[in-house]
Write a new protein. Structure first.
Length: 387
């Protein structure tokens, strides 16, 4: 049968393993990781002290062990708050830890009342677990893979309920746990609730860190590093996805290809920093005009494209004219790169024909853009108008 001592040592070993896993994530600089590392260090020390009950002095194996485990749970909560970019309630946590330490010492040295100690610790751990569940359930965790969030929120709630149940049992005077070393079913159950919370919640935290790292890596791969627009690869992937959808629905699809007029002259006259400023300004202005369901991608250099879903040719021409007007602009230049930094764009428009490939659609829009350049720049030309 699993004894309390074996459970303590196994859980301490699990915390050691989770500590090594977390330490490998420190370089990610994601908020919360350092707090979770500290939590597992505190848990390991606490569990070892618990296991030394009867060997080490009671001030270590009882008072300090309980206080350190409460501090470990507090560090886990602080980690989730950091991960969610929320304020850590340091004063409340410190006050709670002080009450746990004082209460444990009072109910051990002044009056040896084990039930009161368990109720006190259970209340603290229950509140901390419910706070973790509430933090994880917040909107900061709404994006990305839902499984790590659901796992962590659910386990935190279950541990919170478990601690609350343990506290109620002892508050009601059901003094089942007679000795910390007895291998009774209730003893092992309540001890499990108290000690395995750290490695389990750390597992959930690790899954969420891994998910965020994957999301950031995917975002970096799909976004243009300078402007934040979709990369060429991501843009083409979105285009193929939309084309597959409209082949089923029969909806319209249009494409705009735009290019900064005289961009080489801007770089030559003001430097590449000015050119970068123009491209970033273009992206911000363009995103203010297009819809959330449309896609803005940087095809390369100063050339961009906008994929307009469910948009007819006439509607696409209207969007292109609004874009051209918005992008006939003076760039905000706080670094004083140039006295007056202005730019304009030319735009080619094309609507997808039945059975047409995206590469051919792009070719037609690009040809319309070339005609806009030839016609004097800072204008919109439709491919269909020159078919």
């Amino acid at each position: 049968m699993l004894t309390p001592l074996n459970l303590l040592l196994i859980t301490a070993l699990a915390s050691v393993v989770m500590l090594f896993v977390l330490w490998s994530l420190v370089r990610s600089r994601i908020g919360g990781v350092r707090e979770w590392v500290a939590a597992n260090v505190l848990a390991i020390v606490s569990l070892v002290l618990y296991a030394l009950r009867g060997v080490a002095p009671d001030v270590l194996s009882v008072v300090l062990a309980n206080t350190l485990l409460a501090a470990a749970v507090s560090a886990v909560l602080a980690g989730f708050r950091r991960f969610a970019n929320q304020q850590v309630p340091v004063k409340w946590l410190a006050a709670g830890l002080a009450m746990v330490a004082a209460g444990i010492a009072t109910f051990y040295y002044l009056t040896d009342w084990m039930a009161a100690r368990i109720v006190l610790v259970s209340i603290f751990h229950s509140i901390a677990c419910f706070a973790i569940a509430r933090t994880v359930a917040s909107s900061a965790f709404s994006s990305g893979n839902r499984y790590p969030v659901l796992f962590t929120k659910t386990t935190a709630l279950l541990f919170g309920l478990g601690h609350a149940f343990r506290g109620l049992v002892y508050a009601a005077g059901v003094d089942t746990l007679v000795s910390a070393q007895q291998a009774t079913l209730w003893n092992v159950l309540f001890l499990s609730i108290g000690v395995i919370v750290l490695p389990v919640l750390t597992l959930g935290a690790t899954m969420m860190v891994h998910d965020r790292m994957m999301s950031e890596a995917e975002s970096a791969a799909n976004s243009d590093f300078l402007t934040g627009a979709w990369s060429r690869r991501a843009f083409f992937a979105f285009a193929e996805k939309e084309m597959a959808r409209l082949h089923r629905t029969g909806d319209a699809l249009s494409l705009l290809v735009l290019d900064v007029d005289h961009f080489k002259s801007i770089n030559d006259k003001y430097g590449h920093a000015a050119g970068d400023r123009v491209l970033m300004d273009l992206t911000l202005r363009a995103e203010s005009v297009i819809r959330n369901i449309d896609y803005l991608g940087r095809l390369g250099g100063e050339e961009f494209a906008v994929l307009l879903t469910d948009t007819s040719l006439d509607e696409a021409n209207a969007v292109a004219e609004r874009l051209r007007a918005v992008l006939d602009a003076t760039v905000s230049d706080p670094d004083k790169i140039a006295d007056t930094l202005t730019y304009a764009v030319s735009i080619g428009v094309a609507q997808l024909h039945p059975g047409e490939s995206f590469s051919h659609l792009l070719q037609r829009a690009d040809a319309a853009l070339y005609k806009a350049k030839q016609a004097g720049r800072n204008r919109v030309i439709s491919a269909e108008a020159h078919h």
